[in-house]
Structures are given as C-alpha cells and as structure tokens.
Design a protein around this ligand. Structure first.
Ligand code: AHG
Ligand code: MN
Ligand code: MN
Ligand code: MN
Length: 336
C-alpha cells in the first residue's frame, strides 16, 4: 500500500499531472464516493437497519426491486443533484433520465449508474456493488434529452465501481490506468491501495452462469467445453470456475488476479442481446478492464464502440484476460 493517500489527495494530484480531472469532474467523483460510503454503511447494517428484502415494486426491466436497490438509487441522486456538476442522471432503477431540478445549477456531465449490482446477493450477505459511468453532455443545445446519453463507451470521461464486500473498495479510471481505494472506516475516507492495476493476459479461471449452457450459442459452448476438457483437451491445462452472480465482484476478482467473465447472448433472447445493460454495466466495466490491459467484446465487436440506441439497452458481455477474450471473440467470428 502507498503512504496513506486519500481519494481527495489522489484526485487533486492527478489533476496536476495530466489534467484529466477538471474541477467539476473531481467534485462529481468525490460526491459519488461519498454516496458509495453511505450505501456501504446501509449495506453493513443489514437486518439491523430497514434495508433487507423486497420493496414490492418492479423496475423498467421487469425485475423485482429490493429495498437496497431503491435506497442506493435515492442516495446517489440526493448526493449528486445539488452540486452543480451534473446535467442529468440515468439509472437501472429509473425508466427515464433524471434531469437536475431547476433549483440547482446545471453542470456539464451526465452520470449513469447501476446503484446496486448483484441484488440477489443482498439477502444472503454476499458481495454487491455500485457501478457508474460518466459522459459529457454534448454542447450546442439547451436542456437535456435521452439522445444526449446515446454515446459509445469510448466517450466516457470517468468510470468505476464500488464493491461492498469484506472491504468496501472503490475502483476508478479517468483514462490513465485503474486505481483502487479501500474505505478506512475509522478515518471515514477512501485510501489508495493500488495504482496501475494490470490483468494477466492468460488465465485458468472462467466465470459464466453454467445453468444457461443449453441455451448458449455454439462459440460460447465450444470455448467452455474446451476449458472443461482440462489438461487432456485442446487447451492442455485445467481451468477453475467462479460465479459470484454480482458482476462487480466477478470483475473485481478479474482485476485482482485475471480471468474471463461471460454473460453472453443466449437463444432465449431473440434480439441477440444479453442480460447485462450496456450503458451502466458493460461500458464502465469494459473501460476498467481495457485500462488494466484486458479486453471486452460482445463476441464480435469491442463493447465500447457500440453505438447505443436506448438507455436500458442490453448487450452480450465477454471481458477479462486479453488472450482468452481474443480466443472467444475469434470463435464467434469464425462461426459467422
Ligand atoms: P443487477 O442486480 O444490477 O440487476 O445485476 C445482476 C447481474 C450481474 O451483476 C450478474 O453478473 C448477473 O446479473 C447474475 O445473473 P444470474 O442471476 O443469471 O447469475
Ligand atoms: Mn436489477
Ligand atoms: Mn447490475
Ligand atoms: Mn442493479
């Protein structure tokens, strides 16, 4: 670990070095971090606070909302709406965009988030997280519209997640590498634990929900079959499997020790989209993974180059150690 460098100090010093974090963006990142801190404390309370179980409502994707999905969403909105750094927000838990109310100044950034990722883990005391992505509002017109959000992931100016696990750790990129900060609960601040995170190019660990195997497309089946064949198979090595069922936790493991994560399109979905959402799950995670030397595709195309057409658009996701993602992507392109 570096010498006690807080997130605030890191952001200020980073700005001096490469100018990638202008004032409004720094405020935005600090505010998101503060909101994550509050969510972390709510998560920690569990049954001791009124935070467990379902809220009795559904989101726009037809998923049952947990109380924490809503608490986390509200926490992020309340923290971010007054600071003057944002024009609008969009979230998994809100059907349309949330424009900053007139009583506050309008900023130049757009914030997208998955307030609580891994909702099915909440009630079983397993890792969950918050994922976020930041875009700049296009210039040249007043007000904010859905269309302002329709920018490919390559346009992101910041992205990250906060994992609520045994430790609460914020992972961030502004385009010059990936840094990790762990919440020091006594000090009340996020402290830098690692800079320039790098993912090994090769791995022996894959992550996929195997219960969907019968629905997979042939290239995914081929890849996983070859992993399962182990040392006797074409890969000549044994693979291990992990699936936390929270993308934040699976991606965090990959950033820490490599691996490949797949939530591919499968035959139940006629539109060839997967389960995960492009704007606030796949894009920010893809950028973090690429910044750490990994790769992220939808099987055929770099995820960050996909032109979004809808706020809640879904996408097939294959990301992680470069050589493995290249292999699976190659299998898709061969099959076309
Ligand atoms: P969310 O809880 O935000 O809706 O996202 C859950 C996602 C993702 O985090 C995870 O990788 C995947 O759903 C797990 O899906 P399965 O339940 O199909 O394993
Ligand atoms: Mn959900
Ligand atoms: Mn999610
Ligand atoms: Mn969610």
């Amino acid at each position: 670990m570096k010498k006690n460098i807080s997130l605030t100090r890191y952001l200020v010093e980073q700005q001096r070095v490469d100018g990638l974090i202008p004032g409004q963006l720094r405020l935005l990142l600090e505010v998101v971090a503060r909101a994550c801190k509050r969510i972390s404390f709510a998560v920690n309370k569990g049954e001791l606070g009124d935070v467990m179980g379902t809220a009795g409502s559904e989101n726009v994707q037809g998923e049952v909302q947990k109380k924490l999905d809503i608490i986390a969403n509200e926490t992020l909105i309340e923290a971010n709406e007054w600071g003057g750094h944002l024009a609008a927000m969009a979230s998994e838990e809100m059907e349309g965009i949330y424009v900053v109310p007139n009583r506050y100044p309008q900023g130049e950034y757009l914030l997208m988030f998955d307030p609580l990722d891994g909702s099915s883990n909440i009630d079983i005391n397993m890792s969950i997280g918050t994922i976020f992505s930041v875009l700049k509002k296009p210039e040249g017109h007043p007000g904010v519209h859905d269309s302002d959000f329709m920018q490919p992931g390559t346009q992101q100016v910041a992205a990250g997640y906060c994992i609520y696990g045994p430790q609460t750790t914020l992972v961030l990129t502004v385009g010059d590498g990936v840094s990790m900060f762990t919440l020091d609960r006594e000090q009340g601040s996020f402290v830098l634990i690692e800079e320039n995170v790098k993912i090994p190019e090769d791995t022996k660990e894959f992550a996929i929900n195997m219960s969907n195997m019968r629905h997979w497309d042939a290239p995914v089946k081929r890849y996983v079959d070859e992993c399962l064949a182990g040392v006797e198979g074409p890969r000549g090595k044994n693979f291990n499997m992990r699936w936390v069922a929270a993308m934040v936790a699976d991606v965090h493991r990959i950033l820490c020790r490599g691996g490949i994560f797949m939530y591919p399109w499968d035959k139940r979905e006629p539109q060839k989209a997967g389960k995960l959402r492009l704007m606030y799950e796949a894009n920010p995670m893809s950028w973090l993974i690429e910044q750490a030397g990994g790769m992220a595709t939808n099987g055929r195309q770099r995820i960050m180059e996909i032109q979004p057409t809808q706020l809640h658009e879904r996408v097939s996701v294959i990301l992680g150690s470069k050589n493995e993602v290249e292999r699976v992507t190659g299998y898709h392109l061969e099959a076309d």
